[in-house]
Write a protein that binds this ligand. Structure first.
Ligand SMILES: NC(=[NH2+])NCCC[C@H](N)C(=O)O
Ligand SMILES: [Mn+2]
Ligand SMILES: [Mn+2]
Length: 325
């Protein structure tokens, strides 16, 4: 390849459009991918001299469970599981073809599928999770039962059985059976977080217990984004010789920058900080998969929506090599 990319066979992006909202309660996040593509994303990527494969958004018609009552506290458990399993197969196939899967969300539960897909091709993949939230709740720790707050716990395989008197104890076996396709292949030293600022008490305990490295907004204020990205890469990929999956939740950005998202949290990344992360990861030559999640065009007015969609497109371009000069 002309550019030094360490893992891909060809400079091809495979867009996996996932209009899916089952991991959280708000409608509209399922139209995120449609808006991103309509804003000209394909052409923008082609201009960066990538080939783009895109055969339309996934509809998941075959997996829409007619009857999907909660399992214990978990909401839409079968639908989320089956959609993620389908996404995992698609992302995994693109990765095996030597292309770079770009998944457009849709809510962040989808990352269970995208990262499982990356792991099937690259068992030693490193995950950089950019988000206001840790999305690491377990069956025992979740308060909301929304699966977009839980994908990392399944990928790590840390869902322990709650004691029988625990309020979330019921349904544990059924839930674990439904999610048994998720191979707990990710290890806690191969994921790093950037941008956290709304982490549930139970999640803080999980992060501590498993020694998971996280750079919250506090560390970004303290060290600056340049040092933080360098430290994050040094933690998961010190020699810059391992593949990287970047899972970017648009709510990592400050709501003034990306307002149209379901769970905005103030005090987030600036426009430049978000873009810097993508640029610096591109520079490693290690990026093998990218997720851009939680764009919800049904929230806020048209100006806010087009602002959020435009930011989403430009984050993607930077991760794919767009530079300022
Ligand atoms: N992907 C997201 N926006 N996640 C928000 C998660 C919020 C909360 N921690 C929960 O588990 O419900
Ligand atoms: Mn998220
Ligand atoms: Mn989030």
């Amino acid at each position: 390849m002309s550019e030094s990319h360490k893992f891909l066979k060809s400079k091809t992006v495979a867009i996996v459009g996932c209009p899916f909202s089952g991991g959280q309660p708000l409608r509209g996040v399922d139209t995120g991918p449609i808006h991103l593509v309509e804003a000209g994303l394909v052409e923008q990527i082609e201009e960066l001299e990538w080939k783009v494969k895109f055969d339309g958004h996934h509809e998941f018609e075959d997996v829409k469970a007619a009857n999907d009552p909660p399992i214990g506290i978990l909401k839409n458990p079968r639908l989320v599981s089956r959609v993620c399993k389908a996404v995992s197969a698609v992302v995994g196939q693109h990765a095996k073809d030597g292309h770079l899967p770009l998944t457009l969300g849709g809510d962040h539960s989808l990352a269970m599928g995208t990262i499982s897909g990356s792991l099937s091709m690259y068992p030693d993949v490193r995950v950089i999770w950019v988000d206001a939230h840790a999305d690491i709740n377990t069956i025992a720790s979740t308060g909301s039962g929304n699966l977009h707050g839980m994908p990392v716990s399944f990928l790590l395989g840390i869902n322990k059985r709650p004691p029988p008197e625990h309020p979330n104890a019921s349904g544990y076996d059924e839930a674990m059976a439904e999610y048994s396709w998720v191979k707990p292949q990710l290890t806690s030293d191969r994921i790093v977080y950037i941008g956290l600022r709304d982490v549930d008490a139970g999640e803080k305990r999980i992060l501590r217990e498993h020694g998971i490295k996280a750079f919250s907004m506090h560390e970004i204020d303290k060290y600056g984004i340049g040092r933080v990205v360098e430290m994050a890469l040094d933690h998961v990929n010190p020699k810059r010789d391992k593949p990287i999956h970047l899972s970017f939740d648009v709510d990592a950005l400050d709501p003034t920058v990306a307002p149209s998202t379901g769970t905005p949290v103030r005090g987030g990344l600036t426009y430049r900080e978000g873009h810097y992360i993508c640029e610096a990861i591109h520079e490693t030559g290690c990026l093998v998969a990218l997720d851009l999640m939680e764009v919800n065009p049904s929230l806020h007015d048209a100006v806010a929506v087009s602002q959020t969609v435009a930011v989403g497109c430009s984050l993607i371009r930077c991760a794919l090599g767009e530079t300022l000069l």
